[in-house]
Design a protein around this ligand. Structure first.
Ligand code: ITT
Length: 194
């Protein structure tokens, strides 16, 4: 099976590639496809916008993931605005600085948060396959670890034996991560030939 990746984020592409079984050939998003405006109300809506745009542009099944970091002390922010928390073209580092500043006075026990992913395949016949994944954790007071991407260095998963995602390689992270869970659930819904 051939799936076109809808993500324009190379860090996400590498994680998704590592999660798919050998029966699936993941093709990078063609570079000539323009940016897709992610202006839906929720993760599912944005995943759908991305996957459908790439499916329509290529005529092939396309896979998208939309992910948000929900911080309880900020009433669920940055959520669907995670990529642009510190502004339209914010870097990972600028987003982290803004988030840590927003949580300056919040004590450890109240720094609870979760990553949530919706993964979606848009098929050329108009149908969809959808799956969800969540990982619970806490926001650190300072970044720890240089692996991963995005907010990984400040996210301490409850199941991570004391390591942040920034201290885990892709395999360790994917075992418990939002994206790992969503992609495994998505794959379980697909039917492969012998
Ligand atoms: P595409 O929409 O092109 O796939 P994106 O980077 O905009 O790429 P999302 O909207 O899903 O992807 O993610 C929003 C942001 O959330 C992303 O830019 C990162 O800063 C952060 N993020 C997503 N997944 C993450 C992960 O596994 N670990 C840490 N941060 C993550």
């Amino acid at each position: 099976m051939r799936l076109i990746s809808a993500t324009a984020n190379p860090d996400k592409f590498v994680e998704i590639l590592g999660l798919l079984p050998k029966q699936v050939e993941l093709v990078p998003r063609p570079e000539d496809i323009p940016d897709v405006a992610e202006d839906a109300e929720d993760l599912l809506g944005n995943a759908r916008l991305k996957a459908r745009a790439i499916m329509k542009a290529t005529g092939q099944p396309a896979i998208a993931d939309d992910t948000g970091l929900e911080v309880d002390a900020l009433n669920g922010a940055p959520g669907i605005h995670s990529a642009r928390f510190a502004g339209g073209s914010a870097t990972y580092q600028e987003n982290i600085v803004k988030l840590l500043e927003a949580l300056t006075d919040i004590p450890t026990q109240d720094r609870t948060a979760r990553f949530r992913t919706v993964a979606l395949i848009a098929w050329p016949d108009g149908s969809e396959t959808i799956a969800h994944g969540v990982v619970e954790g806490k926001i650190m007071k300072d970044p720890v670890g240089k692996l991963g991407f995005g907010y990984d260095s400040i996210f301490l998963p409850n199941e991570g034996l004391g390591k942040t995602f920034g201290e885990m390689n892709n395999e360790e992270k994917s075992r418990i991560s939002h994206r790992g869970r969503a992609l495994r659930s998505l794959i379980n819904k697909l039917e492969f030939g012998p």
